[in-house]
Ligand binder design. Structure first.
Ligand SMILES: [Zn+2]
Ligand SMILES: [Zn+2]
Length: 428
């Protein structure tokens, strides 16, 4: 029989690894709460049209990377390739703008893209992010960038490279676009095929082409920051002042762009050190036109999205993976069928009382069970053999101190309660 494997581009998270994932998720949720974001959980799949409108029909994602399928009612559905479109859809659907004020939402969950798998890139991947809807204030931009920086700093990544740009708005971008075409057109034979076909339609997208010949040409582009309208210029200047005030170091990067009209003003991307574009930890920016594009009232928005797998790669490379201790409070070594069966209900009761209790399920020798207790890093070990059972006793050993005593079995729960209240040993 052929071996059954996980589908290409997917992976299993084994228990040890899962602890790292949980730790990162817990930190993200904690920071979202500190910054006042509430969780908005949306379905894993949506009608395909949402992503066509919300991401853009000519993007790589929509053109070739979506997992789409037809349901029994002949409707086209798609596994979500990112989080923003669904948040915007929910915001409109539940009329969240109607309650007034600013909506601050976060999401955390699996996304799906049919890409060629490579290091840190999968077809099912974990992504999280925040979206702030309803305010065009540059303080929103500063808050979101600082939230992201804060998150990575707390994980211990010190060499963050914050890239920043403004891409203007539908008012001032056409003038820049024209300037860009005028500059790039004469060198068009040096550009790659992809860039040539985009030159007239969407010249901004040429700026992040990875082809070295194209990069050579786009090195000398006019700066968009010189063409910004007064509103966009003010917004950008205030943002830079705010970031200086917060103490965030950034790099102005004129090649950082988004190719769609609903993206406006601020775009940003955070990389880990100098490890290159493959190690972009998070990015995105302001999208003042997106809610209207998806059928809502014009509403300014700003957000960021971050991948978990690439983050783990970066943490691993720097030896920064979060350490997670999961030591059992008590490992029960049970000898003989009688003791195993008699103590089983007590194991369950202790767990219900909140103690992490492990026990042998293979009927192994005392030596093997003590070895297992050591391996599991148990804080206490209990031994019950037939003699102890007859006497109603249990031998308790404090693993670190090496002390041993015999106590009545009926006192075990109270013993654990006293022990873990009076020692400094962290409980979990
Ligand atoms: Zn503008
Ligand atoms: Zn190119």
């Amino acid at each position: 029989m052929p071996k059954l494997l996980a589908p290409k581009g997917t992976y299993d998270i084994l228990p040890e690894r899962a602890k790292c994932f949980r730790k990162i998720e817990a930190l993200a949720r904690q920071i979202f709460a500190e910054y006042g974001y509430g969780e908005l959980s949306t379905p894993i799949f949506e009608y395909t049209e949402l992503f066509q409108r919300g991401i853009g029909e000519t993007t790589d994602i929509v053109e070739k990377e979506m997992f789409s399928f037809t349901d029994r009612g002949e409707r086209s559905l798609t596994l979500r390739p990112e989080g923003t479109a669904s948040i915007v859809r929910a915001y409109i659907e539940h009329n969240l703008a109607g309650s007034g004020g600013v909506g601050k939402y976060y999401y955390y969950g699996p996304m799906f893209r049919c890409e060629a798998p490579q290091a840190g890139r999968y077809r099912q991947f974990l992504q999280f992010g925040v979206e702030t809807l309803g305010s065009s204030d540059p303080r929103v931009d500063a808050e979101i960038i600082s939230l992201a920086v804060n998150f990575y700093r707390r994980l211990g990544i010190a060499d963050l490279d914050v890239n920043l740009n403004s891409i203007g708005c539908p008012e001032c971008r056409p003038a820049y676009r024209a300037k860009l075409i005028a500059t790039l057109q004469p060198a068009s034979e040096k550009l790659c095929r992809n860039c040539n076909s985009r030159l007239e339609r969407n010249p901004l997208r040429l700026l992040d082409c990875k082809n070295p010949h194209c990069q050579e040409v786009t090195k000398k582009i006019p700066l968009i920051t010189e063409t910004l309208c007064p509103d966009c210029r003010d917004h950008f200047e205030v943002l830079l002042t705010l970031l200086d005030g917060i103490g965030i170091t950034y790099r102005l990067n004129p090649h950082l762009v988004r190719g769609f009209d609903y993206y406006t003003k601020t775009v940003f991307e955070i990389l880990a050190g100098d490890l290159g574009a493959q190690n972009a930890l998070c990015g995105v920016g302001r999208y003042d036109g997106l809610v209207a594009e998806c059928g809502g009232k014009p509403t300014p928005g700003m957000g960021f999205a971050a991948g978990v797998e690439r983050l783990l790669m970066v943490l691993e490379a720097r030896n920064l993976l979060p350490q997670v201790k999961g030591s059992p409070h008590l490992y029960l070594a049970l000898l003989g069928e009688k003791a195993q069966q008699a103590i089983c209900p007590q194991v369950i009761r202790l767990r219900e009382a909140g103690f992490l209790v492990e026990t042998d399920l293979l009927g192994r020798s005392l030596k093997a069970q003590m070895k297992a207790a050591n391996k599991a890093n148990a804080i206490l070990t209990g031994v019950v053999g037939e003699d102890e059972l007859t006497a109603g006793k249990i031998i308790i050993r404090q693993m670190e101190a090496g002390q041993q005593e015999s106590i009545p079995l009926t006192d075990l729960e109270q013993y654990l309660k006293d022990f873990f209240r009076t020692t400094n040993i962290s409980e979990k």
